[in-house]
Design a protein around this ligand. Structure first.
Ligand SMILES: [Fe+2]
Length: 328
């Protein structure tokens, strides 16, 4: 009888709704944020003050989720009010085909995309100011970091505007599937994991850093299909100098003007998820080493840390769309 009660209590704790899963995602994202919890708290307070100073019309247009969630690219997109989410389908990109896969699997209650879509994609640039603060924490003066990031954030906003943001959201609605995206929260989890590991192991040479990354199962698995960590700028024989994990979280690629400032701030090696050729050339020009860990593998690392937490709370998951599932 006692055992039965314990079991029931545990079952009640394990019941999660889509809203609770979302709240857990935001809580974990804040805890892992490279800016630190206090800095995020200040950021939220500032958002609240800005909101309160708005007129009635501007207030009605304001996304009130921003008062509690500092990540504009992490949102619930469809919530059918299900009482319990037993099983989810998680993937790096979710579109109609993955939605049909969810229906084919049959017992999926909620679909989670890593990359943002819907309103979270339309406001992806809203999370990019995180990058300026992270750079400031690594020694780039905040006024320079902000002034270099600002035009890039506007550019990203303009590039996002013509996209058919709600395509997959409409698909989920028709199939009556709950749907959310967890972008920067997962990237924060991955970045924080790497920062701690690099601090602990302190690799001396670029080759040592690559070897360290290859020990992480997601990168090892990616290496098996030719997508493992790679040196994009510099040389494996180079000394790392000061290693920073800057191109990992905060929406999308930052400003290429930043590399000169990073070199001046004493940074030696950048660890990133992906990097375009223009950015790579600029980093190389300023003698920075660039180690690109890999895109799907890095996104998987962050998502896995989140899915592990959901598993502890009794939510089962299936994965698709490039997500390499490793349980810890
Ligand atoms: Fe990504």
């Amino acid at each position: 009888m006692v055992n039965n009660n314990v079991y029931k209590a545990k079952r009640i704790i394990n019941h999660m709704t889509t809203k609770q899963i979302y709240e857990l995602a935001v809580e974990m994202g804040i805890k892992a944020d490279l800016r630190g919890k206090d800095s995020v708290k200040k950021y939220l307070e500032r958002t609240k003050n800005k909101y309160e100073s708005l007129n009635k019309e501007a207030k009605s247009e304001f996304d009130r989720e921003k008062l509690l969630n500092p990540y504009s690219d992490t949102r619930i997109l469809v919530d059918n009010g299900k009482k319990q989410i037993k099983k989810i389908l998680a993937g790096i990109d979710i579109d109609g085909s993955e939605m049909l896969l969810a229906r084919e699997i049959g017992d999926i209650d909620l679909v989670i995309s890593h990359h943002p879509t819907g309103k979270a994609l339309a406001d992806l640039h809203g999370v990019m100011d995180l990058q300026a603060q992270v750079l400031a924490d690594y020694g780039v003066p905040i006024n320079i970091a902000e002034s270099v990031m600002r035009p890039r954030i506007s550019e990203v906003a303009r590039n996002l505007s013509p996209i058919n943001h709600n395509r997959s959201v409409d698909f989920a609605r028709h199939l009556k599937l709950d749907f959310m995206c967890t972008h920067t929260i997962a990237d924060n989890l991955g970045a924080s994991f790497l920062v701690k590991l690099i601090k602990k192991e302190n690799p001396e040479y670029v080759a040592d850093l690559i070897a360290l990354l290859k020990k992480i199962p997601e990168y090892k698995a990616a290496g098996e299909f030719n997508a493992g960590p790679k040196v994009f700028a510099g040389n494996p024989e180079n000394s790392c100098g000061r290693i920073v994990v800057t191109e990992f979280t905060g929406g999308t690629s930052g400003s290429k003007e930043m590399y000169e400032k990073m070199a001046q701030a004493g940074i030696g090696t950048i660890v990133g998820i992906h990097m375009g050729e223009e950015h790579r050339k600029e980093a190389e020009k300023y003698h920075l080493n660039v180690v690109i860990a890999g895109h799907m593998s890095s996104d998987s690392l962050g998502m896995n840390l989140f899915l592990d937490e959901l598993a502890k709370k009794g939510v089962k998951s299936e994965v698709c769309s490039g997500l390499i599932r490793i349980k810890r």
